[in-house]
Design a protein around this ligand. Sequence first.
Ligand SMILES: Nc1ncnc2c1ncn2[C@@H]1O[C@H](COP(=O)(O)OP(=O)(O)OP(=O)(O)O)[C@@H](O)[C@H]1O
Length: 258
Amino acid sequence: MSEVILEVKNLSINFGGLKAVDDVSFEIKRGEILGLLGPNGAGKTTCFNMISGVYKPTGGEILLNGMRTNGFPPYKMAMLGVGRTFQVVKPFSELSVLDNVIVALGMMKYGSFRLSWRFWNTAESRLRAMEILRRVGLADKAELKAALLPLGNLRKLEIARALALEPKLLLLDECFSGLRYEEIKATEELIMRIREDGVSVLFIEHNMRVAMGLSDRIVVLDHGRKLAEGLPAEISANPAVIEAYLGKGDCADVAERQ
Ligand SMILES: Nc1ncnc2c1ncn2[C@@H]1O[C@H](COP(=O)(O)OP(=O)(O)OP(=O)(O)O)[C@@H](O)[C@H]1O
C-alpha cells in the first residue's frame, strides 16, 4: 500500500475574501481509505470540488499519479480515474436504475452525456451495467425507475454510477447521510470491497463512529485549514479536534471515544 495515487500540496482557494481552503496538504495511497472530516463549512466539499475539477485552485497543486491536474475539467478528471458521488443524490429519476448506469458507462466511453446514447442498449453495455449493479447490491432493482428508490438504494446507485467510470480514486461526499443502521453497515461493506479491488477512497463523513471505523487514516479540516492528520485513534484523542467539534456542538461522540 505504498503507491501514492493522489497528492494534494498546499491546496488553497479563495471566494472573494474567504479562504475556503487554505494551504491544505495530504496524500492517498493505492487501496487506502482516507476520511476527510471537519465541522460544517470547514472546506471538505470545496476540496472535493478542486480534486474533481469543478473548481480551479487559487494556490497549491493537485497531483494524480504524479501528474499535475490543477484546472483540468471534471470530465477529464473522470477519464483519468477520479469518480465522485454528491451529498445530494442526482440520478436521472425518469430512467431505470440500469439505464442510469448505462449512461454513466457511455460517459466513460464518449466523455459526454450528449454522445453517451450511442452506448445505450448494446448487449455489452447492459452486461457491464448489470455487473456493476450486482457489485453494489442493486441487481434486483435494475428495471425500477430511479425515482422510486429509497435513499439507501439511491446512494448505492450513485456509487454504481461512479464505479462505471472505473475509478482509481473514488470521492464519496456524505454517502452515509440519512441512512438507517443496516444501510450504513451495507455501505461500509461495499466500500471495503471497492478498496479490495485496489481503488483508493476519500470520503467526507459527519458520523464519527462510521468515520473512525472505516478510515485507515483521517484528515481533519477546520476553517479551511488542516487541523490534524493521523490514525483514527490518534484523531479521536486529539484535543484540537475535540475542541473544534465540541466548540460547534457537533459530533460530541469524538470525546466519548476516549
Ligand atoms: N462557490 C462558492 N462561493 C462562495 N463561497 C463558497 C463556495 N463554495 C463554498 N463556499 C464557502 O466555503 C466554505 C467551505 O464550504 P464547504 O462546502 O467546502 O464546507 P464543508 O466542510 O463541505 O461543509 P459541510 O460539512 O457543511 O458540507 C463555506 O464557508 C462555504 O460557504
